[in-house]
Every structure is written in C-alpha cells, then in structure tokens.
Design a protein around this ligand. Structure first.
Ligand SMILES: Nc1ncnc2c1ncn2[C@@H]1O[C@H](COP(=O)(O)OP(=O)(O)O)[C@@H](O)[C@H]1O
Ligand SMILES: [Mg+2]
Length: 258
C-alpha cells in the first residue's frame, strides 16, 4: 500500500515552463506508481497539446472538451434537458472518455474552453472529475505552465504540487512565480521542485535554488527518455534507466513510495 495514501487520493500536478519535461516526468511517475498492480492511477492530460497520451502509448477517442462542446451544442440548440438527465448523461460520457489499461486510467481534458462563460458546465465537469478521482490512489496531472489552469479546468484539489525546471534561470524563475501564485491561491499539502535534464550535481549548485522551492532532487539528461520520445514509444515500456531511478528518489523525498 502506498505510504502517502492513508485511504485518500494523492493528487500530483506538474507545473513549469514549456519544454522542461513535465510530460516525460508525468509519464515516468505514472509508470513508477502503477508498477504496483494494486495501486490505481488516473493520469490526466491537461495540456491542450495532448502529449501525455503518446508518452503513455494511449489512444484518445474523446476529451472532456468534446463532452463540454456537445453539451453546449445541445443547450444552445434548445434541447430541453432537465438537470438530472444532464448529469446522468455527463456522468456516462465522462466514463466513456476514460481510457483504461489495467491499473491505469487516462483522461484528456482537451483544448481550453471557448470564449463565453459556461461556468455551470465547467463546474459540473470538474465535480465529475473530482468524484472520479476518488476511485484512484493517485491522480497525476500533466499541466500547462501554471496551476491556475489545472484549478480552472481539471480540479481544485491538488495535494502535491510538483514544480519542474530544467537547468536554466528562466525555468527556475517560472516555477518561483508558480509557487508564489499557488501559495496565495490554492490549498495544497506539499510542494517540491524537480530539476530535469541536468548533466551533473554541479549544475544544481550553480542554479542557486531558493530554499522555499524545496528541491526534491534532479533527473539526469537521459538518452533513453529522448530516444523513446523520438520513436513515439511509451515510457511505460522503459525498463530501468537513470531517470526513472532519480524520479523514484524525488517521489520518496515527497513522502510518496509505491
Ligand atoms: N531527463 C531527460 N533526458 C533527456 N531528454 C528529456 C528528459 N526529459 C525530457 N526530455 C526531452 O525533452 C523534451 C521536452 O520534454 P516534455 O516532457 O515534452 O516537456 P514539457 O511537457 O514540459 O513541454 C522532449 O523531447 C523529451 O524527450
Ligand atoms: Mg508537455
């Protein structure tokens, strides 16, 4: 049984500048956590570019955005549906959008919503995602840059905020801002920084990481990750690699062991 669980779902969200490795890291975390067949993991792709599905070798047939648009079309074309009917339809559609592979389930959010406020629809969808997530031990969210998008489009309850940066001052500045925004706007339990694609421990020293970012560790530049991405292969198929071992250590530093 996972230590961190204590009967409740741990929700891990990746945040950081584009290209720093959020998708690769999300897929690696899903791989690590799901290696225990008794652990149920929900992977959520909250990036409109939908990269996590490829990194996990999963085909997406329907996104939450598709469901949202279909509902909006129905309402706008004057379909009279009462609330109970609408809820049961959405509940059914959400489960049909869930791709399940053994102990891993996958949900893609799709594009950000169009202009115009469909707040009610968004709230219902978020409630459904939150309800769904309770059936899992872990939820791993591959986000866009910041946490606000995750909050607005996926769910409000993030327990573990994982800040991701590469070996660059720009990357560190982005996660610093994300952490500041999160501290004032969201109610997470733990936050920690993972440095990705470093070429050695001296790079970590040179980056002068502020202590409040709680650096959990660093992931080496790993040719296996690169070549799997080039070939479009699923990270779930990686045997062992230096990056996977390093991610395991970072998770442990956050109190997560599988
Ligand atoms: N530890 C690593 N070693 C080598 N290449 C990596 C590593 N992590 C990520 N990459 C590569 O970096 C690129 C960007 O990674 P990606 O996960 O797509 O970033 P993001 O989701 O933050 O935009 C990809 O080509 C990926 O294969
Ligand atoms: Mg990505």
């Amino acid at each position: 049984m996972p230590d961190s669980k204590n009967g409740k779902t741990a929700v891990l969200a990746m945040c950081g500048k584009g290209g720093v490795g959020k998708t690769s890291l999300s897929a690696t975390i899903v791989k690590i956590l799901s290696s225990n067949p008794d652990t149920k993991v929900l992977a959520i792709d909250a990036d409109p570019a939908v990269g996590l599905s490829t990194a996990l070798g999963i085909d997406v047939s329907k996104t939450v955005d598709d469901i949202r648009n279909e509902l909006i079309r129905r309402v706008e074309s004057g379909h009279s549906t009462d609330k109970a009917q609408m809820l049961s339809m959405l509940d059914y559609e959400m489960f049909s959008a869930l791709e399940e592979h053994k102990n891993i389930a996958f949900l893609a959010i799709g594009r950000p919503e169009k202009e115009g406020c469909y707040c009610q629809v968004n709230h219902i969808l978020k409630d459904l995602i939150a309800g769904m997530s309770e059936n899992f031990d872990y939820v791993v969210i591959d986000g866009e840059a910041g946490i606000e998008q995750v909050n607005r489009r996926v769910m409000e309850k993030v327990t573990h905020l994982i800040l991701v940066s590469d070996a660059s001052r720009k990357g560190i500045n982005v996660v610093r801002t994300i952490k500041e925004v999160s501290d004032s706007a969201i109610d997470y339990e733990k936050a920690g920084l993972i440095l990705n694609r470093l070429r050695g421990p001296e790079e970590r020293e040179k980056l002068l990481i502020p202590p409040e970012l709680n650096c959990l560790g660093w992931i080496p530049e790993d040719d296996t990750i690169r070549s799997f991405d080039i070939e479009g292969r699923s990270i779930l198929e990686i045997d062992d690699s230096p990056a996977v071992a390093a991610v395991e250590n970072c998770l442990r530093a956050m109190g997560i062991s599988h």
